[in-house]
Design a binder for this molecule. Structure first.
Ligand code: SF4
Length: 763
């Protein structure tokens, strides 16, 4: 039968290298968008669909969670990667019964993630029975019965895991957590565990809410925008429009990143003729090219230099009124900071003192500062410290809870924030548990469930036997690919609700099922009534998403319908009217309104164009922390003792990628074409290691005396600080140990993994 491949094949596709770009957007972005949309969906249907994306009565982009303008949306309210995300979902290609008859699971597992994704939309429920080689069609009713029986047969509900990817709508997510908690467990790991969990942990502790405090409008009122560990040109491209407008309004931008990214350097807005004919807008004013995981020492150096200036000219740098009235812990924070030696801090950053001084000069005189960040800060052992240090800076400047100022963790998945808001979390908030009890008359489980790391461990140790995923691609998103694969394959059953084929369907339990659901772009009709779902973006706006396309198959079900059927097949004497909820999503929203603060008049307010803002204490200066104030914190510098032949590796996305979905093989802004198995290295480091451009190498990590190997990567010389290397995920995820994670948030350390780069002897 042959072995199932958990990793993408170590095959090369004919690499081509050019000089990295210094400008993002422009005509190339337009052409690339059209190629993807017209190629997958067709010109007429593609154009019609793209004119609906992010419009008030259209559908929400299934890409990232960058906010839409509250008013005045442009006709083309999407970016190149939004176009790719829609093209992927609205493709006319179909991975149907004939497809699965032709291709065995083992064979499919030898395909690249790109080829798997390009096989098209799933069209009907499929089952892979124990010992069989091919998925076969199965009627929905039989599928639900089989899953329900499996769940009912488990000795304990805690042997089941229910994963959520951030594409799931508020309505489906609320019903899903309600079903899982009625079933009797809090095993609700989600993709947020692997991305902004560190942000949530740090922000909840320091300002009382795990979400960003700014709105889109704040970008147009701010004086300084600091961007750390984020590459918006690829991961949140419409953010470049906001940065351009901020610049036009006089703001300055400080970028802190190991890589000089085109999207942070200069932007040509495809809808601005002046930009298209000219050279576009310079974005970054000050670029601090920090080494991987050098953020805390760099921020401390900045804080220390600000303190020195404040001491030289009291009251000119710090906002003492704000500090006195709104914060706690200032004295301890200053006392701790004074213990650090400035030059020692700077030595841990790879950034020159002059450059840092330039940034300090700018920050010292400003009061309205926004700090944005993404995975480059959240996936390290000290990730929570990274974000706490950012908050320290904002508190010193009184730069939170007012226009033009605050925190901005930019979410990578369209509704990852919404899912958490409506209850998808392995920890049940007592007040939410109490509301569920009051409204639905049952006692929800109070014991914490498994997050992603714990879920892998539980499956690995045989404590969990059932894995259910609402969307996503667990095996490719998680760390420690080979170990996680074995854990999944130990399960008696794995079930995936999906729109497209991916590697997680191939790395399966003894019995495996695929349940194909409606896409974001597609019409959702329940009892002849058109339904809409809702999502929440990075700035806490809850708004509608209305699919309008005829579904690619008549056999698809909506996510809420799937949850309702699952609940009816599993739960006996449930107190919830699942059928009513699946027929009319207003009923789900009524339930959310009754159980979660901030959703008053949900059905009425979400029908207003653009939806509504959820309350945000940090935005309103109402800090729900243990002190009732915004908290200064004391943080440690990271410690990385690298041997001579060791490097700190960060896994990143290419420009033709969204999370684990591979749109293409090019990373055009970085000048890397037609290849994904690359390792970007500093040219001096290459020389020291005796490596040349295009050499084939194996990457090796060793944690707890366990060696992990990612084989046959191609060496690409790149402008990256010494002793740092960059690779793409999921190809390099095999090197990331699942049990090495951020303190406090347990987010895997995908951005700072110690690796060796060894020449392949098969060169
Ligand atoms: S910025 Fe994000 S949400 Fe907006 S169109 Fe692009 S991918 Fe979609």
């Amino acid at each position: 039968m042959g072995e199932i491949k958990a990793q993408p094949p170590a095959k090369h596709t004919g690499i081509k290298l050019t000089k990295p770009k210094v400008v993002a957007g422009g005509l190339t972005a337009v052409i690339s968008s059209m190629k993807h949309v017209f190629g997958e969906v067709g010109v007429a249907s593609g154009t019609k669909t793209m004119l609906k994306i992010n419009q008030f009565h259209g559908f929400d982009c299934p890409g990232c969670a960058w906010p839409d303008p509250d008013h005045d949306r442009s006709v083309v309210e999407f970016c190149e990667n939004g176009a790719k995300a829609v093209a992927e979902e609205a493709t006319t290609k179909r991975a149907d019964a004939a497809f699965f008859k032709k291709h065995s699971v083992v064979k499919l597992s030898t395909w690249s993630d790109y080829d798997l994704g390009k096989s098209g939309r799933l069209t009907e429920p499929m089952i892979l029975r124990p010992g069989k080689t091919h998925y076969k069609p199965i009627p929905w009713s039989d599928a639900f019965k089989i899953i329900g029986n499996q769940l009912k047969a488990l000795p304990s509900p805690d042997e089941a895991i229910f994963y959520t990817s951030g594409r799931t709508s508020n309505e489906a997510a609320f019903m899903y957590q309600l079903f899982v908690r009625q079933y009797g467990t809090n095993n609700l790991p989600d993709c947020s565990n692997m991305c902004h969990e560190s942000s949530g942990t740090a922000l909840t502790e320091t300002v009382g809410i795990g979400k960003g405090s700014v709105t889109l409008d704040d970008f147009y009122k701010t004086e300084v925008i600091m961007i750390l560990g984020q590459n918006p040109g690829t991961n949140h491209p419409r953010m470049l429009t906001a940065l351009q407008k901020a610049k036009q309004n006089g703001a300055k931008i400080i970028t802190i990143n190991p890589l000089s990214e085109a999207g942070l350097n200069r932007f040509k807005h495809p809808q601005h003729v002046g930009d298209m004919l000219g050279s576009g807008t310079q974005l970054t004013d000050i670029f601090l090219q920090v080494r991987v995981n050098g953020d805390v020492p760099l921020l401390k150096a900045i804080l220390k230099m600000l303190l020195d200036r404040e001491n030289e000219h009291p009251g000119t740098v710090f906002d003492h009124d704000f500090i006195r009235q709104e914060t706690a812990g200032f004295e301890d924070f200053v006392a701790d900071l004074q213990q650090y030696d400035l030059d020692d801090l700077i030595a841990q950053t790879s950034v020159s003192k002059d450059k840092i001084t330039e940034a300090v000069e700018l920050i010292a005189s400003k009061r309205k500062i926004i700090v944005c960040w993404a995975m480059g800060l959240t996936q390290h052992k000290n990730a929570v410290d990274n974000i706490r240090e950012i908050v320290n800076l904002l508190l010193l400047k009184g730069s939170i809870g007012k226009p033009g100022a605050g925190t901005c963790p930019v979410r990578g998945h369209s509704n990852v924030q919404g899912d958490r808001t409506v209850g998808i979390w392995e920890k049940l908030k007592p007040e939410f548990g109490q509301k569920l009890k009051e409204v639905f008359g049952f006692e929800p489980p109070s014991k914490d469930g498994y997050d992603v790391v714990e879920a892998i461990k539980a499956m690995k140790e045989g404590r969990a036997k059932f894995f259910f995923a609402m969307g996503g691609n667990f095996i490719s998103a998680t760390p420690d690919t080979e170990l996680t694969a074995k854990a999944l394959q130990q399960c008696d059953m794995t079930v995936h609700v999906s729109t497209k084929l991916n590697r997680s369907h191939l790395v399966h339990g003894k019995t495996a099922l695929i349940l194909p659901c409606l896409g974001r772009t597609e019409l959702d009709i329940q009892r002849d009534e058109k339904q809409f779902v809702t999502v929440e973006n990075s700035t806490g706006v809850v708004h509608q998403s209305n699919g309008g396309k005829i579904p690619i198959s008549t056999h698809l079900l909506s996510e809420p319908r799937i949850v309702a059927e699952l609940a009816n097949a599993t739960l006996s004497n449930s107190t919830v009217n699942w059928e009513e909820m699946a027929r009319n999503y207003d009923k789900v929203r009524e339930a959310i309104e009754k159980t979660i603060p901030g959703f008053e008049d949900y059905n009425k307010r979400v029908r207003q164009p653009g939806g509504f803002y959820l309350p945000n204490g940090a935005r309103d200066g109402n800090y729900k922390t243990d002190t009732g104030k915004a908290n200064f914190t004391i943080n440690k510098n990271p410690e990385h003792q690298l041997a001579n032949d060791e490097y700190l590796m960060m896994t990143i996305r290419s420009h033709d990628q969204y999370n684990t979905t591979i749109y293409g093989l090019n990373d055009r802004y970085r000048g890397i074409f037609n290849e994904r198995r690359v390792v970007m290295m500093n040219t001096n480091d290459m020389e020291m290691a005796g490596l040349k451009q295009l050499d084939k190498v194996d990457l090796v990590s060793n944690y707890d005396n366990e060696e992990r190997v990612a084989s046959k990567f191609i060496v690409v010389p790149y402008d990256i600080p010494s002793k740092c290397v960059a690779t793409y995920f999921p190809e390099a995820n095999v090197l990331v140990p699942y049990n090495q994670f951020a303190r406090g948030s347990k987010t895997p350390i995908s951005k700072s993994v110690v690796v060796k780069v060894l020449l392949c002897n098969k060169n």
